[in-house]
Design a protein around this ligand. Structure first.
Ligand code: FAD
Length: 293
């Protein structure tokens, strides 16, 4: 398959890229790693008239530890995030999740910003950013604004990004005290998109009782799905095996409305959710306890 005709620009500065985006708003698409955009163009599911290649914009690349947490440039590749000791230290959930994304060849080209902007409901990173309470820096020729991950995802492959805006930075706060994080997913083959995935964080108080359970799921809705049932059920209680099973059951039964498709039935996705939520809460709670010692 060949894409529909398009004009191609490779600006040398962010300013020039924003100018091009404003000039062609609604007709242009930024090109990051191309791992999602080029296949959809080749299938003619996407037919932008103008491609703005962000490949030369080094200002949008890099990982820095700041006073409040991590700053990651949108054009940083998945592979660079995966290999970063700073990410492992300041965002262990992100580091743990990276190897689940596609295959090494795709992680070498695909970018963190491309994945977050693409908003595939089966992508791992949007769910992880929700659990980490990340914030996104958006740029346009009119200025900049910050949007919380919780406000960024608005539906199937849609986000709060305006047509003339670029996702520029991802800010992740430092790990919280007495909090453990975990990620789990099931895919038919390692590297395939997950049938269901779960990112989670459990905070324990000084007595070891639950002080918060944050869960976000992928592949069970139109976008990343935040689940609150487990948190309500577990608040102020010890994370015993029975309570974790009960919480996972509540999430699977009430918090999600998964689709049936050629990859899995809704009933199977609910069953995977039961199993994975329990696994993630158990692991995150154990890690939270460890961190408290
Ligand atoms: P691109 O493909 O270049 O762009 C994607 C979209 O985001 C486009 O609409 C583009 O205009 C927009 N965009 C890109 N950057 C910006 C920006 N800075 N600001 C505003 N808009 C922007 N992903 C997963 O999460 N999990 C998987 O298991 C997985 N498996 C895959 C398997 C295969 C075989 C392939 C080909 C891809 C897979 N992917 C998977 C997708 C991969 O992670 C991509 O890297 C990612 O979805 C898009 O990143 P990209 O940098 O390639 O973006």
């Amino acid at each position: 398959m060949k894409p529909a005709p398009f004009a191609y620009h490779r600006p040398a500065t962010v300013e020039a890229a924003l100018h091009l985006l404003a000039e062609h708003a609604g007709e242009a698409k930024p090109l990051a790693g191309g791992q999602s955009l080029i296949p959809t163009m080749n299938f003619r599911l996407s037919q932008p008239k103008v491609l703005i290649d962000l490949g030369d914009l080094d200002e949008l690349r890099g990982i820095q530890a700041g006073r409040h947490g991590l700053h990651i440039g949108a054009m940083t590749t998945h592979a660079a995030v995966e290999a970063s000791p700073v990410v492992a230290d300041l965002a262990p959930l992100l580091a743990e999740t990276m190897p689940f994304i596609a295959h090494p060849q795709i992680r070498n080209r695909g970018t963190i910003g491309g994945s977050l902007a693409h908003a595939d409901p089966a992508a791992e990173l949007p769910a992880v950013m929700l659990v980490l309470r990340a914030q996104f820096g958006l740029l346009s020729s009119r200025g900049h604004r910050k949007v919380k991950a919780a406000d960024f995802y608005t539906g199937l492959f849609t986000t709060a990004l305006e047509p003339q805006e670029l996702l520029a930075t991802i800010e992740i706060p430092k790990p919280e005290k007495r909090t453990g994080y975990a990620f789990a997913e099931i895919a038919r083959r390692h590297g395939d998109y997950a049938l269901v995935g779960v990112a989670g964080a459990v905070t324990l108080d000084r007595k070891g009782l639950c002080d918060g359970v944050r869960l976000a799921l992928l592949s069970v809705g139109d976008g990343p799905v935040v689940c609150t049932g487990a948190s309500q059920l577990m608040a102020g209680r010890a994370p015993t095996d029975d309570l974790i099973r009960e919480a996972a059951e509540a999430v699977a039964a009430k918090d999600i409305d998964p689709p049936s498709d050629i990859h899995a039935s809704a009933a199977y996705r609910r069953q995977l959710t039961r199993v994975l939520v329990a696994r993630v809460i158990e692991q995150a709670a154990a890690r939270a306890g460890g961190a408290a010692k």
